[in-house]
Design a protein around this ligand. Structure first.
Ligand SMILES: Cc1cc2nc3c(=O)[nH]c(=O)nc-3n(C[C@H](O)[C@H](O)[C@H](O)COP(=O)(O)OP(=O)(O)OC[C@H]3O[C@@H](n4cnc5c(N)ncnc54)[C@H](O)[C@@H]3O)c2cc1C
Length: 477
């Protein structure tokens, strides 16, 4: 390890080895650039270590436990016991396997890996500070830089994460026992996914949400299906309330929430919890980079504005992933990472967000891509929609999960598919078909006339497309 004032150099410096940064580094190395990837923590970033992967592992584990215990209708009687520590160990094993895979992929691609925290010294140089054994710092000059430093959970005043009773999603993925009572502040997708996990595992879960709807960025008819199912799992919602303060009492935490709008609710509420999970959003990690020394501009929220090539206000500095703004999704960061690397290598790349899918792994799942009907109308288009309810899907009924629907949106004039929303079983997988169709510029007829395997959930996509053309077979058009 280089210690002291020695300065080395690289063609492309990537800061942060999350799904934005490591993909950018590998792609740049594939394009024969000399690449250095600096990471201060674990390879894989939030996604592999504290986000997508650990949360989906716990969602799967809790699903098995809950479904096995609730299958009397099918003649199955079971009362599963959950050893959360063993489930967490299994989840950690999955994470370890994937994070070491990232390191190997980078090394095999020829990426130089450096452990340490990067801070800009000027617009062509960073200091890299090493922690722990062999600590010290080194300087690294770069021709081009890709900032991929991601995001961290937002803290709310009075709910600091120093007390072990107050946790962010990071803590909620590593509880040693299932809390008897869990209060979740925020009904966005992270709050709702973790409400699903812990209600399935037996916690009494209460959710406080400032707005009057769960999953407020989704359409009401989609969000309400997920909320109703969560209520059936035992989740208690308090809409229109803001978490105000908490106090310790008998080893527990008593949270006070106040009405967000006093005209709607006239009194405060108190909720007792073993743990309070604050899931009110994430903020970009731009405040610890000395980013001003590089002359890179950030906006009022700290995000780095970029153009469609992921370039910042500085010609040779790019930003990808969460740090570059919404939507904060792993696959959005990876796509931007590829584009930034290709642009640096002189290729004609740009990010096109029209076919960017998103999924929420609640019960049931949500999958969305492209425009909603309202968004299309607001853009001056004349949307035509088709729907198909899973209630009429043989495969959904045989899986005993028939709630939800597929909705496809196309333009009336051209019948080109421009968006879809799915709420129901395997929505996260099903949405990929429509994303591919949008990417290829497909029309309703292309989906409707594609033969889909029977009996599968994907038949619902074909039927929804045919419904938009008034040609569905298994529903009235
Ligand atoms: C609970 C949870 C569930 C999620 N589920 C999903 C999901 O199902 N699907 C989905 O698409 N997304 C999901 N996300 C979001 C996803 O994790 C992020 O969008 C994604 O990780 C962003 O990738 P990134 O590369 O931009 O940043 P990150 O993954 O945050 O990686 C940034 C990296 O940069 C490093 N770093 C920061 N500053 C420095 C520095 N100065 N020097 C060196 N290294 C630095 C950090 O240590 C980190 O490793 C979830 C997030 C959470 C919290």
């Amino acid at each position: 390890m280089v210690v002291g004032d020695v300065t080395t150099s690289t063609d492309v410096l990537v800061i942060g080895a999350g799904p934005g940064g490591y993909v950018a580094a590998i792609r740049a190395a594939q394009l024969a650039l000399d690449v250095t990837l600096v990471e201060k923590g674990e390879y894989g970033g939030a996604c592999l270590n504290r986000g997508c992967i650990p949360s989906k592992a716990l969602i799967h584990g809790s699903k098995l436990a809950s479904e096995a215990g609730q299958a009397e209708e099918l003649g199955i009687y079971a009362d599963p016991t959950v050893a959360l520590d063993e489930m967490i160990n299994w989840k950690d094993g999955v994470v370890d396997q994937l994070t070491s895979g990232i390191e190997q992929l980078c090394t095999a691609a020829g990426v130089n890996l450096l452990k340490g925290t990067a801070e800009f010294a000027d617009e062509n140089k960073v200091r890299i500070i090493h922690q722990g054994e062999g600590q010290g710092s080194e300087s690294l000059k770069f021709e081009n830089c890709i900032i991929a430093t991601g995001s961290r959970p937002i803290e709310i005043p009075g709910f600091g994460f120093e007390d072990e009773r107050i946790v962010s999603s990071d803590g909620a993925l590593n509880f040693d026992t299932v809390p008897d009572e869990l209060v979740i502040v925020g009904a966005g997708y992270i709050g709702m996914e973790l409400a699903t996990v812990y209600s399935r595992l037996g916690s009494d879960v209460s959710v406080i949400e400032m707005l009057e709807q769960a999953l407020p960025s989704y359409e009401e008819d989609i969000a309400s299906i997920v909320r109703k199912r969560a209520e059936r799992l035992g989740v208690d919602f308090h809409f229109g309330y803001t978490a105000d303060s908490w106090a310790a009492s008998d080893g527990k935490a008593v949270l006070t929430a106040v009405p967000a709008d006093e005209a709607a609710h006239d009194s405060d509420i108190e909720l007792t919890a073993d743990r309070i999970l604050v899931a009110v959003g994430r903020r970009p990690v731009t405040d610890t980079l000395s980013i001003d020394d590089a002359g890179v501009e950030t906006n009022a929220q700290g995000f780095i504005p970029t153009d469609s090539t992921c370039r910042t206000n500085k010609e040779h500095i790019f930003a990808v992933g969460d740090v570059a703004g919404e939507p904060m999704l792993a696959h959005k960061g990876s796509k931007e990472g590829e584009v930034a690397a290709e642009v640096i290598a002189g290729e004609p790349a740009a990010v096109d967000y029209q076919a960017l899918p998103a999924a929420v792994f609640t019960d049931p799942e949500i999958g969305t891509v492209g425009l909603t009907e309202n968004e299309a109308a607001n853009k001056g288009m004349t949307p035509v929609t088709g729907e198909f309810q899973f209630q009429a899907s043989g495969r959904a009924l045989t899986a005993n999960r028939a709630e939800g629907f597929v909705r496809i949106i196309a333009t009336k004039e051209t019948e080109r598919v421009i968006g879809a929303q799915i709420v129901g079983p395997e929505a996260s997988e099903l949405i990929a078909e429509i994303a591919a169709m949008i990417e290829m510029g497909a029309k309703l007829e292309d989906i409707g006339s594609t033969v889909h395997t029977h009996p599968t959930l994907s038949e619902a996509i074909m039927e929804a497309a045919q419904n938009a053309r008034e040609k569905a077979i298994h529903r009235r058009n």
